[in-house]
Design a protein around this ligand. Structure first.
Ligand code: SAH
Length: 232
């Protein structure tokens, strides 16, 4: 009896310690198990998503739902993307340590944090100044030193840091912005949702080969917030 009480107390204490050190770790592991079951298998991507605390990237009133596999509102009519889509796009992008990656649509900064966790040097642009500022502060607080945030219209890319080894766009427009194709390095990959605001959107993979030729491929139907074109 006594032994069992001691063991139970030790287990409770260990769980409390783990929770203090890695808050909501068990929910995060369950979220990643679900993503893996849905078909994302890249070990590095899954490891990055096990370590980035998604609950830090959603507003306090949605924090309880942070580890469900769905998008959540982040203010200004925008959303943090569904975790499965974040994982899927990350896997397709194949970020490697030291790679230079451009993200269009910082939003909460979650996708940028996952890319940073994989060792990429991330440049991310956001059209809402308030979102850019809060994402920048959040990423700094969480120690993501390799992520740089800028308030800008991503339709123009980020010429000062171009070319990029990979580009990820997390808002959908009617076409692929030519500046983004220009700023992609030969051998580079871009994932971008393209389509109408209310209708069908397709996630497209753009590959630029070493001679500079560009090929596109439809990956899957998706639903993203619209790509805007005026600074807010
Ligand atoms: N990657 C984000 C998802 C944000 S949703 C995350 O992990 O949380 C898409 C974001 O794109 C929104 O924040 C929206 O304001 C932003 N956006 C829309 N059009 C844009 C543009 N032209 N340039 C930069 N950001 C844009």
């Amino acid at each position: 009896m006594r032994y069992r009480t001691v063991v139970t107390a030790a287990i409770v204490l260990a769980a409390a310690r783990a929770e203090a050190q890695y808050p909501r770790q068990s929910e995060r592991l369950a979220m990643v198990d679900l993503i893996a079951a849905r078909g994302v298998h890249d070990a590095a991507t899954l490891a990055a998503m096990r370590s980035v605390p998604r609950h830090e990237f959603v507003p306090p009133n949605y924090r309880a739902q942070a580890y469900g596999d769905h998008p959540l509102p982040i203010g200004h009519g925008q959303t943090i993307s569904q975790p499965y889509i974040v994982a899927y796009m990350t896997e397709i992008l194949r970020p490697r340590p030291g790679m230079r990656v451009l993200e269009v649509g910082t939003g909460s900064g979650y996708q940028a944090a996952v890319l940073g966790e994989l060792g990429a040097e991330v440049y991310t642009v956001e059209i809402f100044e308030a979102l850019a500022t809060s994402a920048d502060q959040r990423l700094e607080r969480l120690g993501h030193e390799t992520v740089t945030v800028r308030h800008a219209d991503g339709n123009h890319g980020w010429p000062e840091f171009a070319p990029f080894d990979a580009i990820i766009v997390t808002a959908a427009g009617g076409h692929i912005p030519p500046a983004l194709v220009e700023q992609l390095n030969p051998g580079g990959r871009m994932v971008i949702p393209v389509g109408s605001v209310w209708g069908v959107q397709n996630l497209i993979l753009v590959e630029k080969d070493l001679t500079g030729d560009v090929r596109t491929r439809n990956l899957l139907p998706v639903r993203f917030v619209p790509m805007l074109s005026e600074l807010r």
